[in-house]
Design a protein around this ligand. Structure first.
Ligand code: ADP
Ligand code: ASP
Ligand code: MG
Length: 403
């Protein structure tokens, strides 16, 4: 039995007409495959549900958050299944708890651990098309859980893993993975093949076309993922092993974020362990510190320390730092109007001078770099948010991504 997993994102099921189109796509696979469908909520639905919870409380309880926000997928799955049934295809919607899809970890950020195949396999064998709700799961105590925003990608990849699917196709509102967000830069180019490593960096650094966890899961389980459009029938992007790719570009893609904030502590009394005593309470409160720079203190007494966090963590961070008795500093400053721009590519491992070319291209456009961080296959810089488009344009050109 050849199984294929098809996942449809929010825009792809965003209206009744789109749902009808999706049903036609599903049918086109039925001659060759047994099809398992994963669906997101109709676009806007999850955000609306979250907004409602926020009107009740900024600290809406996490367990009720999961019950609430997972509701969007129930609507899209039943509509899609209803469309298939009324046009002659055997189908059925499945919520995660009905399967069940078991998760572990905290509410809002759970991870899929196990999927019971029995009922779905039986349905597949009987010629049916299961339409499974993405994004949701159930924990061992039968609490409803969710797996993080954009999590339907992960649901699809885990279903592909457990059902040993031949392929996993992620249908979305763009034709594939591009060199940079095609909705931000017209000259962005579709990438034919991209390695798991590069896709993981791009996704983690702000390219929301794929959820980062889903790429980790795909890489661990060696699942080939195809990203393509549900609007036009064109070849998409294959996310696969590095070995399968022939690419002569130094840089594969450019990503940017729009929810970073910069915190600077000025005149911090310097002593060994000072950085640890600043960051320990932040990590204990689940605040993710990203980029860090510490000046060398010229007199060995005082230093300045800058770091970035997600902007939604700023208020909490300020409170924690002000309460921290283990550090003495003169002043704390913040900037919410910063963004991280990153260039990503396995080609930079073997090519010298990439950092220089990046910095020079930005300097030519008078873009000031505030913080830098690097890994083997990426270089990130923190800049003023208003300069992001200009920076992406300049870097896209510098590294010949238009061609
Ligand atoms: P879905 O609802 O189908 O999951 P998403 O909105 O999560 O879709 O992801 C698709 C969006 O990702 C695109 O509309 C595009 O604006 C954005 N995006 C960001 N970076 C990239 C990139 N490098 N390539 C393609 N799309 C990107
Ligand atoms: N509906 C969920 C969200 O908006 C999951 C998804 O779209 O993948 O985050
Ligand atoms: Mg998505």
């Amino acid at each position: 039995m050849k199984i294929i997993v098809l996942k449809f994102g929010g825009t792809s099921v965003g209206s009744i007409n789109r749902i009808k189109k999706v049903a036609r796509i599903i049918k086109s696979y039925l001659k060759k495959y047994k099809v398992i469908v994963l669906s997101s909520a109709m676009s806007g639905t999850t955000n609306n549900l979250i907004n409602m919870s926020q009107k009740i409380s900024k600290n809406f309880p996490d367990n009720e958050y999961d019950t609430l926000v997972s509701a969007g997928e129930q609507i899209s799955c039943s509509l899609l299944s209803g469309q298939l049934l009324t046009t002659g295809t055997k189908a059925r919607s499945w919520m995660a708890w009905q399967i069940p899809i078991l998760t572990e970890g905290k509410h809002k950020y759970s991870r899929i651990k196990y999927i019971n195949k029995t009922k779905v396999l039986k349905f597949l064998r009987s010629g049916g098309v299961p339409i499974i709700a993405g994004f949701q799961g159930v924990d061992k105590n039968l609490n409803i859980t969710t797996i993080g925003r954009g999590g339907s990608d992960s649901s699809a990849i885990m279903v592909a893993k457990f059902f040993k699917a031949e392929r996993c196709v992620i249908y979305t509102d763009v034709e594939g993975v591009y060199t940079t967000d095609p909705n931000k830069l017209n000259s962005a180019k579709k990438i034919k093949d991209i390695s798991y490593e590069e896709m993981l960096e791009m996704a983690s650094l702000g390219s929301k076309v794929m959820q980062p966890h889903s790429i980790q899961d795909a890489r661990l389980n060696r699942i080939n993922v195809e990203v393509k459009s549900s609007f036009v029938d064109k070849g998409g992007t294959l996310i696969t092993k590095r070995r399968n790719i022939i690419n002569n570009k130094i840089i594969t893609g450019i990503s940017s974020t729009d929810n970073d904030a910069k915190v600077t502590l000025l005149g911090v009394k310097d002593r060994p362990g000072i950085a640890a005593s600043i960051f320990k309470p932040l990590s204990e409160n689940s605040i993710n510190v990203d980029m860090v720079v510490q000046n060398i203190s010229s007199d060995g007494k005082e230093t300045d320390l800058t770091f970035t966090i997600k902007s939604f963590d700023l208020t909490k961070t300020k409170k924690i730092i002000n309460k921290n008795k283990n550090i003495i500093f003169k002043r704390m400053t913040f900037d919410k109007n910063v963004s991280k721009v990153s260039i990503i590519g396995v080609g930079m491992v073997t090519t010298p001078g990439v950092t220089f070319r990046m910095f020079q291209a930005l300097a030519k456009k008078e873009i000031n770099i505030q913080v830098i961080s690097t890994s083997e296959i990426k270089i990130s810089v923190l800049i003023k948010r208003t300069k992001v488009t200009k920076a992406i344009k300049a870097l896209h050109k510098e590294f010949n991504l238009e061609k």
